[in-house]
Design a protein around this ligand. Structure first.
Ligand SMILES: O=C(O)CC[C@@H](O)C(=O)O
Ligand SMILES: [Zn+2]
Length: 462
């Protein structure tokens, strides 16, 4: 009797398959590091036809498939810990075409976000979705999670920038969704259903991305804030007078870690909250307007101190204070949460949640930062050196229940931009109704009748 894998190798003799222990370990995990990788093998198709053939084989042999991009996800969406075949899109990483009239770039899914940025710039345009993992994450993964990042306040999530998708559905069928059309009022838009579906409905095998003009020249400012109320006041004041490209926040605890990891202090003294903001600054008038807003905020007592970057190098150094936080926390094996609230609700939530966590879990250090201009907070809980992994995870899961309940009180969501994957699955019901989850299961059955694609991610099949 042939094993499923020898059968696959026989049917697709040109398919690159990896089975070495090191490869299984490498491709079987994402940045969550919580599950022990245990995939059956890694398939690296080079063409859409190969992806389709793999899916047909998987349906016949009932082998689960984990679609895999840069594996930079933080919710376990790309983890293969149960004998799945990892279908890595890493070899399908080319730019396929640029259309100057439509201003679109057509790419394969395995291309890194940074390479998309470079390709767009070669045509004098930008692909505006951006975040710190740009060098490692892939566009296919960005689409599968509807990735957000630091420019959402100006440009929206990945969803806004997808003009068309080619997708291989769970049954191996190739779907061509929207074909780059600007307008297409012809029934359900499956493109948007696929975006953010975390590999549970189909595999993106080609994407046509919208591009846009580069933003005008900008200025970067770091602000120190004395209290929580100031956060929304400063945001409202800046947004009213300036055209914001980013408005990010972090606490003094986050600053402590990023400085310890080599970033440069830009503001002296102790301050509980910080904001990094970037805004259009085309001419002297707009730069003066920015200083006026800043002055107004200082007068009101909302801002205690601030720095305006005077050079690109200084702007990069200010950005590092925010973008370097995740990296600086890696040694502490952080348990991550990524929550969403209406922006106006953020201070009320922040007034109760950190205090609740501190009271219930005094031995855990909690680092708060995120895209405050989008109502998106990242909460990293750090593992104390003397606490066993299992004890730490158990405490964090209890803390996440408390977080989910508090979010529900404030009308928020347990995942803003990192997806549900495996990590947030137990809390999905705090954010989505039972009726909605039943519909999700039904939709999955239509696209993937045998439940082959990324089973157990987002929800468990009924
Ligand atoms: O590591 C995190 O928790 C957040 C990562 C990323 O979404 C960010 O905004 O820096
Ligand atoms: Zn983020």
């Amino acid at each position: 009797m042939t094993t499923p894998l020898t059968d696959l190798a026989r049917r697709l003799p040109g398919l690159r398959l990896l089975t070495d222990a090191g490869d299984l370990e490498h491709y079987g995990r994402d940045w969550t590091r919580r599950w022990t990788p245990a995939p059956l093998a890694i398939a690296l198709p080079a063409t859409i036809e190969e992806v389709q053939d793999i899916m047909r084989w998987a349906n016949e042999r009932h082998v689960a498939i984990v679609p895999s991009g840069g594996r930079t996800g933080l919710s376990g969406g790309a983890v293969a810990a149960n004998g799945e075949l990892v279908l890595s899109l890493a070899r399908m990483n080319r730019v396929l075409g640029f259309d100057a009239v439509d201003r679109t770039l057509t790419v394969q899914p395995g291309i890194a976000l940074e390479a998309v940025h470079t390709a767009a710039r070669e045509h004098g345009l930008i692909y505006p979705v951006d975040f710190a993992s740009r060098g490692s994450c892939s566009i296919g993964g960005n689409i599968a999670t509807n990735a957000g990042g630091i420019r959402v306040i100006r440009y929206g999530n990945t969803r806004e920038w997808i003009a068309g998708l080619k997708v291989v559905a769970g049954n191996g069928e190739l779907l061509e969704l929207n074909r780059g059309l600007v307008k297409n009022s012809s029934g359900y838009d499956f493109r948007h259903l696929l975006i953010g579906s975390e590999g549970t409905l189909g595999i993106v095998v080609e994407a046509t991305l919208k591009l846009t003009n580069p933003p005008p020249s900008s200025q970067v400012m770091l602000l120190a804030l004395p209290d929580l109320d100031a956060l929304t006041q400063v945001f409202a004041a800046f947004r009213a007078k300036l055209s914001l490209q980013a408005f990010e926040f972090f606490t003094d605890v986050a600053l402590k870690h990023v400085l310890a990891n080599g970033a440069q202090r830009a503001i002296d003294g102790e301050h509980p909250y910080y904001v990094v903001t970037e805004f259009d600054a085309v001419d002297e008038a707009s730069q003066e307007r920015a200083l006026e807003v800043f002055g107004h905020c200082v007068e009101k007592g909302w801002v205690s101190d601030g720095v305006v970057a005077q050079s690109e190098a200084q702007a990069a150094a200010l950005w590092r204070l925010r973008e370097g936080i995740t990296e600086s926390l890696v040694p502490y094996k952080p348990y991550k949460n990524d929550v969403s609230l209406r922006i106006g609700e953020v201070p009320a939530f922040l007034r109760v949640m950190p205090a609740r966590l501190a009271q219930e879990y005094p031995q855990l250090e909690v680092v708060w930062y995120g895209h405050i201009g989008d109502g998106n907070l990242h909460i990293n809980v750090l593992k104390p050196a003397d606490m066993a992994d299992a004890d730490f995870i158990a405490q964090c899961e209890r803390a996440t229940k408390l977080l989910a309940a508090t979010l529900k009180e404030h009308g928020g969501s347990i995942s803003a931009e990192h997806g549900i994957g495996l990590v947030k699955r137990p809390y999905l019901e705090s954010t989505r109704s039972v009726a909605e989850i039943a519909l999700m299961r039904g939709v999955r059955k239509v696209f993937d009748p045998n439940g082959i694609l990324n089973p157990g991610k987002v929800f468990v099949d009924a």
